[in-house]
Design a protein around this ligand. Sequence first.
Ligand code: CP
Length: 309
Amino acid sequence: MSLAGQHFLGLRGVSADIIHAILDASEGFRDISRRTIKKVPTLRGRTVLNVFLENSTRTRISFELAAKRLSADGVNMSASGSSTSKGESLVDTAQTLDAMQADVIVIRHGQSGAPQVIAKHVKARVINAGDGRHEHPTQGLLDMLTMRQRFGHLEGLQVAIVGDVTHSRVARSNLIGLKTMGAQTRVFGPNTLMPRELAEVYGTTVCTSLRECLEGAHVVMTLRLQKERMTSGLLPELREYSRVYGLNSNAMKLARPDAIVMHPGPVNRGVEISAELMDGPQSVILDQVENGVAVRAALLYLILGGDES
Ligand code: CP
């Protein structure tokens, strides 16, 4: 299967060959981003609409930069200031944008499944930039690119994911993508935030201690603590969460000596990860951000007909 002309709604069902093709193309776009002149004419005349109906810094700006660096016309829409705040339905908004002859609609939405709904009603190709608790496929790709750059391969990597897995679309996309690529995953977090079906649906190992999760890991990924969950009784108080589930340099001694630390951002410094670990040599958090632009450029390029070879 080729990506040309396809929607990109999740990593579920995406083959290892396609993921490799996206990651390979991303390397080229990362090189372009490092040049003095960071622009190529590849998508001149194409239109990319970024529809972000939930807050975002990394994903929104990296899609915007990716479109600009490929010379596409990129336009951004957010909830505030748009007619969604007057009650326009998601499908009506999408069809309105489609009528303006968008080639690609990038959508972030708080409801799981919103990109799938839009994809059924528009001619444009739809890219999921994060939907509810479902998937964040471009985050999964940029995370895999970051791991592949550091270790040279994904197959056989031991990847530990720590935190609130229940609410994390980042965790879901990573669990799906890493399994496809032959990596092994394990997860650890509060019992209240660890869905029972994890092992069965995602083929991951659910750990009962931080030690079990981190021991021998090549990659340790911690997730943003969604503080809004505190009020719903799903989590202990912040200090207690940090003591049991927080990552610091001491905990990282359980992982391999060459292990890397990842976080999708935004980070609660000193809660899910200590400041010294976040700013230290094991952290690849800013590499993840850089790779976000490259992966999104590669995806736009391949969906709009670029050559996968
Ligand atoms: N990782 C991520 O999705 O970050 P933003 O919410 O800033 O886009």
